[in-house]
Design a protein around this ligand. Structure first.
Ligand code: BGC
Length: 370
C-alpha cells in the first residue's frame, strides 16, 4: 500500500510502498485512513529532521492527526465495529515500571521521555491507506462529525490546556462556586495566535463562557479574523495594538492561552496577565540564540500576583472524549466557522502541503473523498 514518509537525515518527503498491516492480536482494530491533518510539528519533522523513524526503518510515515474508519476488528474488541469512525491518540506509554504516569495511562505526563508518538517519535504515522492499532488507543467519533473529525486531535491540545487551567485554578476557592458548565463566566481570556490551535482554543473558551480575545499578527480584515468574529470573540492584530495599548483598552486577562510557538515574545505579553492569572503555553518555538528579558520584573509580577506559568503537551483519552463532545457543540453553534477551518487536498499534493506551501488554516490530506 502507499504511504507518505520522510527520510529524516536527507529531509526528503516521498511516496513509498509499505506493507499493508494485518490484525495480529485479538485487541487490535484495522483502520482505513480517511483524513490526516498537517500541523507545525509535521513541517518541523520535514524541514529540520525532528522526527524519529521506528527501530530498523530509515523512514518515518508522517501524520498524527487522523480520522479513520474501522474496517476489521480482532476477536477481543468490545466497543467498536466495522464502519465506526475513530480518532487515535498520538502518544503511547514508555516501558518503564517507575514511570507512574505511563503506568496510570497518563503518558501525556510521561516522566522518562521514552514514550513513542505516532508519526513523530519511533512509530509510523497515519499518512497511509491502512493501519492496525489497539482498541484502547482509539476514540469513537459520531458519524455526524465525518467532515470535521480531523480537528479532534488539534482540539485536544486546547482541551487539555483548559482542563489543566481548571484544575490549577481550584486554588481560588470562590471560583468553585461558579457554574461548572461555564467555568469562564465573568472571566477574560487572551488567545495568542490564530492558527488551528489558537482558533479551536478560542472556540473552546467561548463554550466555557470566557470573554475571549484573539491577539495575532495579521492585519484585519483577514479570514481568520472573520472566523474569530463569527464565534463572538474579538480579534486584535499585534500590528494594530501594542501589549500596553491592549491592557489600557481592555484591562488584564485571567487566562493567557499561548498557541504561537513564538518564544520570548511571551515574556512581553505576560504583562497582560491579571492577578491570580494563569498563562498556559502550548507552542514549541524554533531554537534561537539567547535573548534578554527583565527577569526581576517577571519574577516580581509572578510572585506579587500569585500567577502561574504552565506548559502543556499531548492529551489523554479523557481529554479526547471531551474534545469530541465539544467539537459536536462547535458544529451546532458555528457550522460555517468550523468548516472554514479545513482545506482538503488530494494526496498527490503532499509535498506542497507538508512544506507549508499552501494557504488554508488546517490543511488536510484526504485519503478518501467525502
Ligand atoms: C502533537 C502532540 C505531540 C506533540 C509533541 C504535537 O503536534 O499534537 O500530540 O505530543 O506534537 O511531539
Amino acid at each position: 500500500m502507499q504511504a507518505i514518509a520522510v527520510v529524516p537525515h536527507t529531509k526528503t518527503i516521498q511516496r513509498i510502498e509499505h506493507t499493508e498491516p494485518r490484525i495480529l492480536r485479538p485487541q487490535q482494530v484495522k483502520l482505513r485512513i480517511l483524513d490526516v491533518g498537517v500541523c507545525g510539528t509535521d513541517k518541523e519533522i520535514c524541514q529540520s529532521g525532528f522526527g524519529t523513524p521506528p527501530d530498523g526503518d530509515d523512514y518515518l510515515i508522517l501524520g498524527h492527526e487522523a480520522l479513520a474508519e474501522v474496517v476489521e476488528i480482532g476477536t477481543a474488541v468490545q466497543h467498536l465495529a466495522p464502519g465506526d469512525l475513530v480518532v487515535p491518540v498520538v502518544r503511547r506509554p514508555c516501558p518503564h515500571d517507575e514511570c507512574v504516569a505511563c503506568r496510570a495511562g497518563r503518558q501525556d505526563f510521561c516522566q522518562t521521555d521514552d514514550y513513542t508518538e505516532r508519526g513523530i517519535k519511533s512509530m509510523h504515522g497515519y499518512m497511509t491507506e491502512f493501519v492496525v492499532d489497539e482498541e484502547r488507543y482509539l476514540n469513537f467519533v459520531p458519524p455526524n462529525l465525518r467532515s470535521v473529525g480531523v480537528l479532534v486531535e488539534p482540539l485536544t491540545i486546547a482541551e487539555k490546556a483548559i482542563a489543566e487551567m481548571q484544575v490549577i485554578q481550584q486554588r481560588l476557592p470562590w471560583r468553585n462556586q461558579l457554574d461548572p458548565e461555564l467555568p469562564g463566566k465573568g472571566l477574560k481570556a487572551l488567545v495568542l495566535g490564530s492558527g488551528p490551535i489558537g482558533i479551536l482554543g478560542a472556540m473552546r473558551l467561548q463554550v466555557a463562557g470566557f470573554e475571549t480575545y484573539v491577539y495575532s499578527r495579521s492585519l484585519t480584515p483577514n479570514p481568520k479574523a472573520d472566523i474569530v468574529k463569527s464565534i463572538g470573540a474579538t480579534y486584535i492584530s499585534t500590528q494594530e495594538m501594542t501589549v500596553e495599548q491592549l491592557v489600557k483598552r481592555f484591562g488584564t486577562y485571567d487566562l493567557i492561552y499561548e498557541a504561537l510557538g513564538a518564544g520570548p515574545v511571551i515574556f512581553e505579553i505576560i504583562q497582560a496577565l491579571g492577578p491570580n492569572g494563569i498563562c498556559i503555553l502550548t507552542g514549541v518555538p524554533e531554537p534561537i540564540g539567547p535573548t534578554s528579558i527583565n527577569t526581576a520584573r517577571l519574577i516580581h509580577q509572578l510572585v506579587m500576583h500569585n500567577q502561574v506559568f504552565c506548559g502543556t503537551v499531548n492529551a489523554n483519552p479523557v481529554v479526547f472524549a471531551s474534545a469530541i463532545q465539544h467539537l459536536g457543540i462547535f458544529v451546532q453553534r458555528w457550522p460555517q466557522a468550523v468548516q472554514a477551518l479545513i482545506t482538503r487536498h488530494p494526496i498527490g499534493n503532499f509535498e506542497q502541503v507538508m512544506l507549508g506551501k499552501v494557504g488554508g488554516i488546517k490543511n488536510v490530506l484526504a485519503f478518501k473523498q467525502i
